[in-house]
Design a protein around this ligand. Structure first.
Ligand code: MOS
Length: 732
């Protein structure tokens, strides 16, 4: 980091992509309409298990504008990807589209109609006749365990002897929690627009990871990655559903190659519940035990999640449990069970979001059982080092976060007895929970150019999924070079740029900024070489004698020459720099911390429950942009309220078909459900993690929130709701 004041870092710089988005200039995947574009529309299975016995396209082929209809006996043969995260070619559903006649879930692609217009493709898709031989479908977690048992998962941990410590403890609790399938539901539909040119594939895809998508498609089409360019300049969010390539993108690219013309496919909202991932259903058993002083002596967190028949996806619900509290005897285990649903995927704070609903509810129950205030119980038990890795935390301010949020919230006014805080017809409940997320950082490349016209240009093949990445990259370039934000152009979302990370895991900021800053410094070094060269403005000087100041270079005598003048003097178009930065080391346990405090109001007369107030204190290292960081936590809190009170994808238990797979019946919080949200950003730079000290902020806010709601509901009503969402029927 440069030595000068860090005013641009941390400032609430407005999103530089905001005007493009508000004016409609931002082009999303389905906004690309190349000449001669054909439109695809899917035909989707209406059974969840079995096989296609007959598929007739005769009538559909007669429909206006139909170009071709693909299905399992009319589709090019493709290749599987190893689907390796480490190799960067991951997909979640490894079965290739139209691979055979098998059906593993309702809403699976069974045919793809391509026509001259979207409407003609959709009309023809409805005339494709499919008959099935259906098998008995496995519709939910309990049915899966009964029919298929469980498979071992990953991310397990074991220390001490949790069973015997539990058996000899002073106080114990044993409770099972359940969370339903949640569906990401980003505003922008999943969509792909693809074309081929002399064997080179170009695809605009709604993707949180253009580099991984390119690499996966290269494996699937068995061509070199250099022959594929994936574009995702703008994404209408994804929440994890757009991290990895799904069948529709593969099918679109394949259809385009077969037909020799561009093809576009938009996944209908209903199939975004089936064929583009979801957060799986979980069942989690928590057993906790304390000694006479209310200190945890045993903690067991056993989790089972649903996965598909084609792939194993593990929801690591115990990922936080391993390290949040001091506890010498601890077991975390993850198992999966197969059901007839599409393959699940990461959804904002995977593992931790459902996991902390269970853990932070159980901690509350444990505090209750021993008669200790839940805030005090946590303060007494928080871990001081990561006992699962036997490493110190790089930076951990959870105690301060908890205390500051408690003060701001007014926790001291809480009367502990259930239902004791009344205001008019309403009963007020106060609840809280810790929140936590691992801080991750990947390898990254970036390029920065300072141009003769006084502007700068930065590029990296990461994405801005709406979170503010364009803006913070510009801030980092401005920080290093002194060039004002409005003269910096940032280009992201193109796999031909230097390799950058997927926009996920809350790691884009921590990963991208050091590479951008390094590239900017290297561009400045080149600028200094130009300036000190034979015709340079500082000819004969040493680069070490020059400092960056006011958009140019300055020597010890105070002579200052702008970057533009230096470049023009030497007839250089630009000074360029590239940089490569590595992923995180393992000297510390890098994690982010925080606490949520929630006030609910329960009106038993009309059975109305609402979240009235949330105070969240978040410790994510340095905050790069005050505005976008705060937006991330506010959005996560809203999503946490959805998780707590509303969201669940329901499946018919007789046939495993989703029943509320649309925006009308999948209930998410609306404006009327929003509480006052007060976000405290602690802003302690974590300089062991990266030069900016930033750990990332996208996901932590959704962790723990549903538990804080559930704990507040218990305080108001006396009911412990251990199964999300907390719908009104559970309170009556
Ligand atoms: Mo996030 S679930 O890593 O997009």
């Amino acid at each position: 980091m440069s030595d000068k004041p860090q005013s641009i870092i941390g400032a609430g710089v407005p999103r530089i992509d905001g005007p493009d988005k508000l004016s409609g200039r931002a082009n999303y995947a389905a906004d690309n309409l190349p000449p001669n574009l054909a439109y695809g529309y899917g035909v989707f299975s209406t059974i969840a298990s079995g096989k296609i016995s007959q598929l007739s396209v005769d009538e559909a082929r007669q429909m206006p504008g139909v170009i071709d209809i693909f299905h399992h006996s009319h589709f090019p043969s493709l290749y599987r990807t190893p689907s390796s995260f480490a190799q960067g070619n991951k997909v979640e559903e490894t079965r290739l589209p139209f691979e055979d006649e098998r059906v593993y879930y309702d809403g699976q692609f069974v045919a793809l109609v391509v026509a001259d217009t979207f409407e003609n493709a959709r009309a023809a898709a409805r005339r494709v006749k499919v008959t099935y031989a259906a098998d008995k479908a496995v519709a939910n977690l309990d049915q899966g365990v009964e029919a298929n048992g469980t498979q071992a998962g990953s991310g397990n941990h074991d220390r001490g002897d949790a069973a015997s410590a539990f058996d000899s403890a002073a106080a114990t609790i044993d409770a099972t929690y359940r969370t339903p399938v949640e569906t990401h539901n980003p505003m922008e539909m999943h969509a792909s627009t693809a074309w081929w040119d002399n064997g080179d594939l170009t695809i605009f895809d709604a993707s949180q990871g253009v580099v991984v998508a390119r690499n996966a498609l290269a494996k699937i089409f068995a061509i070199p990655p250099e022959r594929i360019t994936v574009h995702a300049p703008y994404i209408g969010s994804g929440f994890g559903s757009k991290l990895w390539t799904w069948p529709h993108a593969i099918a679109t690219a394949a259809a385009s190659r077969e037909l020799g013309r561009p093809v576009q496919l938009v996944v209908p909202r209903q199939q975004m519940f089936t064929t583009t991932g979801h957060r799986p259903e979980t069942r989690q058993r928590l057993r906790l035990a304390t000694d006479d002083n209310g200190r945890l002596v045993s903690l067991r967190h056993e989790s089972i999640n649903t996965t598909s028949y084609t792939d194993q996806y593990v929801e690591t619900c115990g990922s936080v449990t391993k390290s949040l509290y001091h506890c010498p005897n601890l077991t975390v285990s993850h198992e999966t069970t197969q059901v007839n649903r599409g393959t699940p995927t990461s959804m904002r704070a995977p593992g931790a979001a459902p996991g902390l609903f269970a853990l932070e509810s159980a901690i509350d129950e444990m505090a209750d059982a021993v008669g200790i205030d839940p805030v005090q119980f946590r303060l007494d038990n928080y871990a001081e080092r990561d006992e699962s890795k036997d490493l110190p935390f790089s930076s951990n301010h959870i105690v301060e976060a908890t205390k500051r949020a408690a003060d701001r919230f007014g926790w001291a006014d809480r009367k502990p007895e259930v239902g004791s805080m009344k205001e008019g017809r309403e009963i007020v409940g106060y609840g809280m929970a810790a929140c936590n997320w691992e801080a991750l950082k990947m390898a990254c490349d970036a390029r920065v150019s300072i141009r003769a016209d006084g502007t700068a240009f930065a590029s990296c093949a990461t994405q801005d999924i709406g979170t503010g990445t364009y803006t913070i990259v510009a801030q980092a370039v401005s920080d290093v070079t002194g060039i004002p934000i409005d003269r910096i152009t940032v280009k992201l979302g193109d796999s031909s740029y230097p390799d950058g990370p997927v926009s996920g895991g809350s790691w884009a900021t921590a990963t991208t900024l050091p590479a951008i800053a390094g590239a900017a410094r290297n561009a400045l070094d080149e600028m200094k070489r130009y300036a000190t060269g034979s015709n340079g403005a500082f000819a004969g000087a040493s680069s070490d004698d020059l400092e960056v100041a006011d958009g140019g270079l300055r020597n010890a005598d105070g002579k200052q020459v702008s970057f533009a003048d230096i470049l023009q003097a030497g007839r250089y178009g630009s000074a360029d720099g590239e940089a490569h930065t590595e992923g995180a080391d393992s000297k510390y346990s890098y994690r982010s911390f925080g606490a949520h405090f929630v006030e609910v109001r329960w009106d038993p007369g009309i059975s109305r429950l609402r979240v009235a107030r949330v105070v969240s204190a978040i410790d994510v290292g340095r905050v790069i942009n005050e505005t976008t960081a705060r937006n991330q936590v506010e959005g996560a809190v809203v999503m946490g309220i959805g998780m707590g009170l509303f969201e669940a994808t329901e499946y018919d238990e007789r046939n495993a078909r989703p029943v509320n797979n649309d925006y009308a019946e999948y209930v998410v919080p609306v404006h009327a459900d929003q509480p006052e949200i007060d976000v405290i950003l602690l802003d302690y730079p974590d300089l062991a993690f990266n030069e900016y000290g930033a750990r990332g902020i996208g996901e932590i806010g959704v962790t723990g929130l549903a538990a804080a709601v559930a704990n507040a509901v218990h305080h108001a009503t006396g009911k412990r709701i251990r199964e999300l969402p907390i719908t009104l029927d559970k309170l009556m």
